[in-house]
Design a protein around this ligand. Structure first.
Ligand SMILES: [Zn+2]
Length: 141
């Protein structure tokens, strides 16, 4: 089910959730993660990969993580439907983070508050409430 110009709900929730809840899977995610993804898609003008199981890929926990998921931190923002990990072909996470840091006001308008620094092959962004005007950069562990 399509939920924005370029994204389907399955790109934000694991297959088990979609199979069970169908279009109600949107209950598990913050609408801001869809806005953030769409903003990034439009800004860079390139396809971005979040969950790709719909197209035969192996990523299923790049958005919302349910209790069946054992990867990542226990209280990760992914578990609250407020985070995505994504990849853009031809761009390194370092380049993407540099653009977010430099142009934070633009990204902030889409809901983004936080990035993880140092993730090697993906970029983590989330929309947690920080009550800050500046970007929060949390260390990748
Ligand atoms: Zn993440």
């Amino acid at each position: 089910m399509k939920i924005s110009k370029n994204f389907s709900i399955q790109e934000f929730v694991p297959p088990a959730i979609y199979e069970h809840f169908g279009e109600k899977s949107i209950w598990f995610i913050d609408p801001k993660i869809v806005q953030m993804a769409q903003f990034i898609r439009d800004r860079f003008g390139k396809p971005i990969t979040i969950n790709n199981y719909l197209s035969g890929g192996t990523f299923q926990y790049s958005g919302f993580r349910d209790n069946a998921c054992t990867i990542g931190a226990e209280n990760s923002q992914h578990r609250h439907g407020r985070a995505i990990d994504f990849r853009i072909q031809g761009m390194s996470p370092m380049e993407i983070r540099a653009d977010i840091i430099k142009n934070f006001e633009l990204f902030r308008a889409s809901g983004l508050t936080t990035i993880e620094g140092g993730t090697p092959t993906w970029t983590h962004i989330d929309c947690r409430f920080t009550n800050m005007d500046s970007l929060l950069i949390v260390p990748y562990k």
